[in-house]
Design a protein around this ligand. Structure first.
Ligand SMILES: Nc1ncnc2c1ncn2[C@@H]1O[C@H](COP(=O)(O)OP(=O)(O)OP(=O)(O)O)[C@@H](O)[C@H]1O
Ligand SMILES: [Mg+2]
Length: 263
């Protein structure tokens, strides 16, 4: 098998007395969807933040696209070919969908997204090249994201998630990190994100998919990592994961069952 796109080795992160991520090792290969599941507080978002470069691990190493994840936070993900969505969407509500998508791409290539810079970029958007606008239209249509010249303050949570996925797709990443992309989505949103994942896998992109809906994760993932209290307690096929004693213990032992069925 080829070298992994992502390799985390014994990565840990502590907040005060909380061991949010506890010596987690994992890999993601090209064209692979790794599902990341676990109950509230299991450490899923913290691990995604460590991989995405928003947080630094206390110990352990992360290699993405063959390079160690080092350097200033804003540059780490960019230099390692990653794009992500956030559990709480990070979108400028006073800008349109199109502007958010283009500015996100421009900010990434320029390295920072300050308030002044955003205004500057906003001016550039209106004069931006037609090819880029066509690409934005194509990505939005593929996601089923309509009327993209609307201001984001008018969007539902599901539409904001589609926007974040679209913005990430435009970056043509080697690794995509999706933190609860289906939460708050209706059936159309779920279907748009499902087809976006299928499409991006064809380009050889790897995907980390976090969601509480274990049925959806199991239907999309090639492998699932189960986290509990920051530690990896299972790593294997979706079928084996769902049937594992670890899954039963983590969810049903605590009476905190995983979400199932449509989001
Ligand atoms: N910035 C922070 N400061 C202090 N504690 C934090 C911080 N971020 C996360 N934690 C703690 O780390 C642990 C893991 O949190 P994390 O958000 O990574 O879990 P999660 O699996 O994403 O949960 P959820 O399913 O609710 O999104 C929790 O106990 C949380 O309270
Ligand atoms: Mg989370």
């Amino acid at each position: 098998m080829s070298d992994p796109i992502l390799h985390c080795r014994e990565v840990s992160k502590t907040y005060g007395a909380v061991r949010a991520v506890d010596s987690v090792s994992l890999t993601v290969h090209a064209g692979e969807v790794l599902g990341l599941v676990g109950p509230n507080g299991a450490g899923k978002t913290t691990l995604v933040d460590l991989i995405g470069g928003e947080q630094r691990p206390d110990t352990g190493t992360i290699h993405a696209v063959g390079r160690p994840l080092t350097g200033p936070p804003s540059r780490r993900a960019r230099f390692n070919g990653m794009a992500r969505t956030f559990q709480h969407p990070q979108v400028a509500l006073d800008m349109t969908v199109r502007e958010n998508m283009i500015v996100g791409l421009a900010a990434r290539s320029m390295g920072s997204l300050g308030g002044m810079l955003r205004q500057l970029l906003r001016g550039m958007v209106s004069a931006s090249d037609p090819g880029l606008n066509l690409e934005v239209d194509r990505v939005a249509a593929a996601l089923g994201l309509e009327a993209i010249d609307r201001y984001c303050m008018e969007l539902t949570l599901g539409e904001l998630r589609l926007l974040e996925v679209g913005r990430a797709l435009l970056m043509k990443p080697a690794l995509m990190l999706l933190d609860e992309p289906f939460a708050g989505s209706d059936a159309r949103g779920v279907s748009g994100i499902r087809s976006a994942i299928a499409e991006i896998l064809k380009s050889g992109c790897g995907v980390i998919l976090v969601d509480h809906n274990v049925d959806i994760v199991a239907s999309l993932a090639h492998r699932i990592v189960l986290l509990n209290l920051g530690a990896k307690v299972f790593d294997g096929s979706p079928r084996d994961c769902l049937a594992s004693p670890e899954m039963q213990a983590v969810y049903f032992g605590s009476g905190d069952g995983p979400a199932v069925g449509a989001t």
